[in-house]
Design a protein around this ligand. Structure first.
Ligand code: SOE
Length: 381
């Protein structure tokens, strides 16, 4: 079987996670990386054991024989890099959000369709086996009609005014932050699992640190490094630290989601509770191998991730027996297995993994939520 050659652009927090996941899949080779300059790229390549390192994306794209590019850079580079890769005839896996604007995302979806190349967005939360189990239970009719959805995504890595990251700067991240950054994962998960469309939103944001202290030297996401007061500059912040969004779904019922990046003690916690006419299910990303099942007339249940106990669709995403827990790193491996299957077949799949069209969907939802917060009124998608 041909070994597919891969390039990865952007080696901050998630780029190395992509590389680690790719290296767990047979006959894939991470041949080259790029970062913001040649020195940093070479340092990262040496740390990661990648043979070719480039200080520019153009040079990475020109690396001989690449079959796919993973774009793991700050958000403002997702569009130009995805466009250049597609125009160079190279398949693309892009981190979320797909782009900074709807127009950019619409152009990428159209270009990807025209080229026929494989295109995917890293909505990896779909690939927790018990998330797929929740989807299968809904598809099998086990939940009945969906009455309500309650979702939260809580973090604390931006808890202090001195916590700083490119995601706080609109020129690199876009106008929305918590909603675009982690709300997109939550909304993709909600629509993927329930099969419902979010049709209207009513949003309310808060920025608990309207001024943050920007370190005068670079610090990686989640690094937690402490600096001295003179190492900081005051920066005004307008993007949201916290957001609550009321939701109206295509089946006429309702829901709510809350995202926060300032919730002390919540490290990276997605919680979703779906109440149906037959039962309720609830799942938390910090205990991803357990699914809570709520009953009215019988004792509640707890389903543990075990290939012998879950639906066939979920067992396809399980590599280890029950009790041998799988988590965040495994989701990327499972997502990439499906993407690279399509690359080997030379054909884009539309329902197998999250595509650029799903990335565009999140831009539509995010824009409606930002507009609703601005107007303090319901906005229809
Ligand atoms: C920061 O909020 C972040 O790294 C997100 O950008 C990722 O998408 C999420 O998986 C973890 O947290």
């Amino acid at each position: 079987m041909k070994t597919l050659q891969i390039g990865v652009a952007g080696l901050g927090f998630i780029g190395p996670a992509h590389i680690e996941a790719l290296r767990r899949i047979p006959n894939l080779h991470v041949a080259a990386i790029s970062d913001m300059n040649a020195e940093i790229a070479q340092e990262k390549a040496d740390q990661l054991g990648v043979s070719a390192a480039y200080g520019s994306y153009e040079e990475l794209l020109a690396h001989e024989g690449l079959d796919c590019i993973h774009i793991c850079t700050p958000n403002h580079l997702h569009y130009p890099m995805s466009k250049a890769a597609l125009e160079a005839g190279i398949n693309v896996v892009c981190e979320k959000p797909l782009s900074m604007t709807i127009a950019e995302a619409e152009e990428l979806v159209s270009l990807a369709e025209k080229t026929g190349l494989v295109n995917a967005v890293h909505f990896n939360i779909r690939y927790y086996p018990l998330v797929r189990q929740m989807k299968a239970m809904r598809e099998n009719g086990d939940l009945g009609d969906i009455y309500s959805v309650i979702g939260t995504y809580l973090q604390d890595w931006l808890f202090y005014a001195t916590d700083y990251n490119w995601r706080l700067e609109p020129q690199y991240s876009g106008d929305s932050r918590a909603i675009a950054d982690i709300g997109s994962h939550l909304m993709d998960l909600i629509e993927h699992v329930t099969g419902l469309e979010i049709k209207e939103v009513m949003a309310d944001f808060s920025t608990v640190h309207p001024t943050r202290k920007k370190p005068l030297k670079p610090v990686e996401t989640y690094s937690g490094k402490m600096l001295k007061p003179e190492d900081y500059a005051d920066v005004p912040i307008e993007s949201e630290d916290f957001a609550t969004v009321m939701l109206r779904f295509s089946n006429g019922n309702k829901g709510v989601l809350t995202v926060s990046q300032v919730s002390a003690g919540r490290k990276n916690r997605i919680n979703v509770e779906i109440a149906g006419s037959k039962k309720t299910i609830a799942w938390c990303s910090e205990s991803p191998n357990e699914l809570w099942i709520g009953e009215r007339d019988t004792p509640n249940g707890q389903l543990l991730r075990d290939p012998a106990l879950v639906d066939g669709a979920a067992s396809q995403l399980i590599s280890f027996p029950g009790g041998h827990n799988e988590g965040f790193p495994d989701t990327s491996k499972q997502l990439f297995k499906q993407v690279y299957g399509a690359i080997r077949n030379g054909k884009q799949e539309t329902d197998l993994y999250p595509t650029f069209a799903d990335g565009l969907r999140e831009l539509y939802l995010g824009k409606a939520i930002v507009d609703s917060n601005k107007t303090q009124a319901w906005v229809t998608i």
